[in-house]
Each structure stands twice: as structure tokens, then as C-alpha cells.
Design a protein around this ligand. Sequence first.
Ligand code: CP
Length: 334
Amino acid sequence: MKLFNDLADFSVAEIDDLLTLARRLDEHPEPRALAGRVLALLFLSPSLRTLSSFQAAMIRLGGGAFVISPDMSIHGLESRYGIVMDGVAAEHIREAVPVIASYGDAIGIRAFAERTDLERDLADTQFAEFRTLVDKPLINMESAINHPCQALADWKTMDELGVPRQGGKFVLSWAYHPRALPLAVPTAAVHMACHRGMDVTVLRPEGFALPDSIMSKARKAAESSGGSLRESTDRREAMEGAHVIYAKSWSSTQHYGDRLGDEKARRELTDWCVDEPWFEPAREDCRFMHCLPVRRGVVVADRILDGPRSVVIQEARNRMVAQMAVVYRMLRGD
Ligand code: CP
């Protein structure tokens, strides 16, 4: 494997193969499997889980990882092209990325959406530029429009919980958040659930529809896996018989890059905080999923996060286990 950028690049059989490997490595540790191998990790955006789970994954397999981020004592990094670098930044990403990659056997990069130009973010332009700068296996640790590591871990979590693929009902729900957030996680989550063959509903308020390109890609995945995809603004109807609600906030694409416009659009939506009444029409055992970090009392009520519905810690642990399989395949091949 040379690139882990999008779960859509992998067939269901290939994903099952990765998840079988992940389970094997978790149950039967191989502490020498990646001895002497190095994973370079470049974080241009903040993290807790991705930062720690990739390092833990490499350590558990006998390899090592190093982290570079702008918060460290590094030269200021410039990412814009064609500008005269007479400001604070002393180093350009065009040199920094290949240098960091040259120290590792593979590299992971995280760079959130710039959120100024929707078309540019939908095309994942910045991550595509990174791809041209490295000649090593590359992992997308969350780009403008994708988070494949999260999607793989979430797929694994639902398998462990016995959430059915065919006939499993997955609700991706917009949730309130005081700030406009990227589209990467909802894009990855809706595609993952469709690819898994589930019946998927995107529940969101007016003005927060996911872009057509995201929906049509997910719909194609649903069609080829025997699932379905629809949208709803009606909470009760969307949650009817749900196995899973996956909550996430995202930007209003009508006001993309317009902070004040987005703020105005979400101002009246503070009741989009997942709480027990949401689950009344759902299955009794309906689970609550979220990629974390999550704002308590804003995105979801404490009693949901602290109660039996929540599987957020299991999802987070599965990040490490799923990524062990990814780096194993990348660095060993077998
Ligand atoms: N879910 C996730 O990617 O978490 P971090 O942003 O903490 O890495």
C-alpha cells in the first residue's frame, strides 16, 4: 500500500482484510514487525487522538515515529505558493514536506481545510499538492475533505458492536457548535456507512446540506454495496429504527468562508444537541458515535456521553488498532 487517502479507494473485501489484520495485531501482538522502521508525522493542524494513536501504533509494532508541528520550535512554515517570503515564515512547505518525508519510511500529514474556497477544499487541493512532494507511502491523517483513518476505525467499531451492514440504519446528524467546522469527518462518515452497505440518513437543518459531490459519491457507494442514502430535516422521522446516530457539526456550505454568515445561520440551532429524547423513535440499543473531540452540553448531553449508548472511547481506541493495520501493510506489504 502506497497511499491511504480515501476509504473509497478500497473494496469492501480489502477493508475487511485490513480489519482482519487489525484484529490479529490487537489479539496477537507482533512487537518486532516494524523494527527499525520510521513513520514521519506532520501535523499542520491540532490533534489528540491522531497524534497519539499513530505513535502508539508504531511503538506496539516495534518501529518509531517522530512528530513535527508548527507548535514546536521549528521555523515558521509558509504554505502559499508564489509569494515573496519576507514575512515571519522562514521555510516553505515545498522544502519542509520532502525533508521530513526523507527521514521516514512513510509519512502521515494532517492539514485541515483552509475553508475559504469550497471548490478548492472539495477537490482536496492542498493534500493533492502534498502528494506531489513526497516519494514515500503517504497517509491522510485528515485533510480538507477526508479522514480515512477515522472512517476505518468507525467501520471496525460498528462491526464489533454487531451493527448490521445490510439493513443497518445509520443517521449522520449535524449538531450545533459555536464555530464553523470542516467537512472532512461528515464526508468520510457518510461515505463509510454507505460503502458498508447501510441505510444512511443525513439529518441536518436547512442551510446545512452536504455538497452534491459528497452526496453523489456516497450514493454511488451505497448503490454498489446494497445500501441507500437520503436526507432529512425531520429528527423524529430520521431517527426511526436507527441503529446508530453519528453526530458532527459542519460548516454551512451556503456561507462557506463567510464567518459571520455561518454564525448567523447557526445562531438559532442550539437545540441540535443530541439528548435522550432524540432516541425515542430509534432502536432501544441505538448507539451514539462521535469522532471526538466533542463539546459536552453543546454537541451532546453529558448523560448520553456518560451513558451506555456512547461508544466514543471504543471508536478512539480503534483508531490505534486500525492504523496498526495500515502502517503494517504500508511498511511490510504482507
Ligand atoms: N478524531 C480525531 O481525529 O481526533 P484528533 O483531532 O484529536 O486527532
